[in-house]
Write a protein that binds this ligand. Structure first.
Ligand code: BEZ
Length: 178
């Protein structure tokens, strides 16, 4: 995976725009992988679903809190991606009071599929979702890769540790390649 160029994908985001007027002033804004990743060194982490317990209680808030430490290690942005649409991702971001971490809605699963990380989670009634992984992406290419063990469809466990912010930060501080 190291050195892999990210697939070119267009994400359908929803952004607030007061000029739209009315009680729900949001419009569609297409964002491409280039818009998010070109010319930046970022952390990308991917998880099985917005609002799920481990992601909402530990992973996302911990990345949010540790953003300054990641910046000190030369990280420009932290992106969280999930196979959820823009409405769900926006609602999750609002509920988490995010300031630092940016959410990317991969509603169709196209990015996750092209990364080879799409798995069935029908056993949970979820359909196709992302296996847990994180990566350091440097100018659109994978510099370091952090994938949870046991990639599989309908996995009856949900390993979480390798892709935690604490583990990634430790590796960045030690200048250890994953
Ligand atoms: C969790 O983050 O705890 C979780 C993720 C997927 C399914 C169930 C729980």
């Amino acid at each position: 995976m190291i050195g892999k160029k990210l697939p070119f994908v267009t994400f359908r985001t929803r952004v607030r725009d007061e000029s739209v007027g009315g009680p729900n002033p949001y419009r569609w804004q297409d964002m491409t992988t280039d818009d998010y990743f070109q010319g930046k060194r970022v952390v990308l982490f991917s998880l099985p679903g917005a609002f799920t317990p481990t992601c909402s209680t530990y992973q996302l808030p911990d990345f949010e809190k540790l953003f300054g430490e990641f910046q000190a290690e030369g990280i420009d942005e932290i992106y969280c991606i999930s196979v959820n649409d823009a409405f769900v991702m926006n609602a999750w971001g609002k509920s988490q009071h995010l300031v630092n971490v940016k959410l990317i809605p991969d509603g169709s699963g196209e990015f996750t599929r092209k990364m080879g990380m799409l798995v069935a989670k029908d056993n949970l009634g979820f359909g196709m979702r992302s296996w847990r992984y994180a990566a350091i992406i440097n100018d659109g290419a994978v510099e370091q890769w952090f994938e949870e063990e046991g990639y599989s469809d309908n996995c009856d466990s949900d390993p979480y540790g390798v892709s935690s912010p604490q583990n990634i930060l430790e590796k960045l501080k030690a200048k250890v390649a994953a």
